[in-house]
Design a protein around this ligand. Sequence first.
Ligand code: ADP
Ligand code: MG
Length: 702
Amino acid sequence: MTTATAPRAGGRGAPASRQAKPSAKPALSDAARRFQRLGLYAPQDFVLHLPLRYEDETQVVPIRTLIPGRSALVEGDIIRSDVTYRPRKQLTAVVADDTGELQLRWLNFYPSQQKQVAVGRRIRARGEIRGGLFGREIVHPRITVAEGALPEALTPVYPTTDGLAQPALRRAIAQALASCDLSDTLPDEVRDTYALMPFAEAIGFLHAPPPGVAEYTLTAHDHPAWRRIKFDELLAQQLSLAAARAARRLKSADPLPAPRGRKSLVAQLLAALPFALTAAQERVVAEIAHDLGRAYPMHRLLQGDVGSGKTVVAALAAAQAIQNDAQAALMAPTEILAEQHYVKLSGWLTPLGVKVAWLSGSLSARVKRETAAAVAAGEVHLLVGTQAVIQDTVTFARLGLAIVDEQHRFGVGQRLSLTKKGEREDRIAIPHQLNMSATPIPRTLAMTFFADLDVSVIDTLPPGRTPVITKLVNDARREEVIARIAMGVREGRQAYWVCPLVEESEALELQTAVDTFDTLSAELPDVRVGLVHGRLSSSEKAAVMNAFRAGEVDVLVATTVIEVGVDVPNAALMVIEHAERFGLAQLHQLRGRVGRGTAQSVCVLMYASPLSQVARERLRAMFETGDGFEIARRDLELRGPGEFLGKRQSGVALLRFADLNTDTEIAEAAREAAGHMRAHHPAAVDAHLARWMRGREDFLRT
Ligand code: ADP
Ligand code: MG
């Protein structure tokens, strides 16, 4: 392994051709390429590449005192070295010091290793001591020649990648530490307030801790040096989110103020609704109405559990935009969901004279073209659809508000292109943006990861809902479940039958759905069974969903296509097969499809034993609570924040050291400090971001 970063001649005649073309980039050395795979480009990156754990090579342990199960360094003479076959070929050697003997053993070995342990050599060996069948031994020890002084600090073990050995990484990092500016980016009063170690001290300590530091406090990131690093990391995140928020405020948007008077579109819509808004809905409607009136773009996340009534909030926001002569767009991740929004929104708004249009990829080219033309001409007030809404062929005459349902389902890119739809010839006005999500995000996560967003929460369900009863039923009792469903149908209720998720194979998933449909149809001849799955064309899907909504289908067999947002109040029964295969958030979403009417709803989670520990915890959570925030909290516990939020979008992937499950207190401190530094120490803010956010500019979402 080499640490050389000088370009290697890239094959025949390379040096000559490079001289001929001075602009050509020199080829990367293998080492440099491997460093880059670890995200290590500039010296600063190496400085922040911190050890996973440490090895104590500062002390030689007398062989007699070795304790099995612990790692240790021993020094002695090789008194025996053999290649044996028992039964496989292996190398064994015995090292002896004044106090005893220890066996060293390799199951695979190179001739060079055999030479290292030739009889008579004085060596140092390191590894975990095992109490083997043939006495104490180390399997695959690390061997060095016994010469030179022992190191004075613990030896760091860094995260690495294939083909990059620890010594090469250590050398590169040591070089970076010697050449980099490690001066503090935190003003003294911030360090004092939060009792933080100076940066240089913390970094130096973590790369080379003195012997005697409890290994646990280092690997568990519990040491004050780690606290400083985690604080810095979280601070950088808070500072960049705050910068993104400030940048957004400098952009311009068309103000779409809340209308006054009883004749306004918003007032008319409110009057036409068959229900009164809940207090929670009124609160978030007011928050949004206020934001829309501003001359910079709103960027608000509307959170509310499944069934909390987000759609009407979106409709009221759209009405406010339309009242101001702007257009609104609503985008949903699936065709079924988008279509349902279309039905609901046009049902509310068309009678009030609003032109609502529908756009999805599956429409004929001609219809798509006509719709796009009407949108471009400003004839359409509200465009509802799937991703088709953000395609390049769609331009808006004056897009004032973009609403994204189940926003976490879309990539950042897709959400951004919706924002771009506001660019017009004369000026750029960014549309206001409302993201809706039924995945409640626990407070600390929202605070740290959505600090650049404003968050509105609908925290109560509309009245008249009865909590869903959840039953856990073993697969073996399938016949009983079928009989129950039949009984429910005879009482006039409708049911969903959700088929198992088969992650490896969509074809298999489809097959189980078709099989279930056949079985249920055969076993329950007097029940009308429908089937919906991802392979149906969108008109077929719509036909089945409409039949279900109209009560012409009693039991709807479905793959997970019904997961998000479907609203059929009369459906009060749900069966989820192989519930153990679903994630917690997904189960909660699915269960949210029932319990929407006044009838007592039941959700049966069928599972196959044996259950894994995590699956058991998930099912337990589903059984114990129906509260989306509580479910989210447990989900977070089971999965960790990275997976919870979806790594790509959340920036969680950027948190290498801090752990939001345990470092909430540091996160709060960092947030407070970020505000203080932005107000009083702008230069320190820049220095801090330069150190921590190098190459991570994509993190700055706007
Ligand atoms: P979600 O937040 O999951 O998108 P929806 O917007 O689909 O929820 O609303 C769920 C159901 O509750 C719908 O049938 C909707 O019409 C109804 N609803 C919404 N708000 C109220 C309210 N304030 N009172 C009664 N029913 C409501
Ligand atoms: Mg919804």
